[in-house]
Write a protein that binds this ligand. Structure first.
Ligand code: CO
Length: 132
């Protein structure tokens, strides 16, 4: 049980095509593909960087949490995600240690992963996602 490596960094963007062109053509990163996460109202472009990914997130509707983030904070880094083992047990341990959980139980995320978010008020402003 525990955190193993960085899974991905999520970046909130307004214009997905423009940003995909930047990461692909200017930074030279490998585009793995696109995915739509319907219940979060987001479209995601996924780039590979070694063992980790960069995920560009753009809202597909105004109810999207990413739309709210863009309104409040503008474009930029939205969350940091770690790959973990034993996610249920890890969440239990974190709760015992007084960490505020947005998700008490794992829920389905992109590409078949199970995910849970920790609240930024107990992670010093970093929205933190745990994946398994
Ligand atoms: Co994520």
């Amino acid at each position: 049980m525990g955190i193993r490596k960085i899974s991905h960094i999520g970046i909130a963007v307004r214009d997905l095509d423009q940003q995909v062109a930047f990461y692909q053509d200017k930074l030279g990163l490998e585009l793995l593909g696109f995915e739509e996460v319907k219940d979060q109202h987001v479209k995601v472009a996924i780039f590979k960087v070694g063992e980790s990914n960069i995920e560009l997130l753009t809202p597909t509707s105004p109810e999207s949490p990413i739309a709210k983030f863009l309104d409040k904070r503008g474009e930029g880094i939205h969350h940091l995600a770690y790959d973990s083992d034993g996610l249920e047990a890890l969440l239990g341990t974190l709760e015992e240690k007084g960490v505020d959980l947005i998700d008490k139980k794992p829920r389905p995320g992109a590409h078949g992963a199970r995910i849970a978010f920790l609240h930024p008020r107990s992670t010093f402003g970093v929205l933190t996602e745990l994946c398994e």
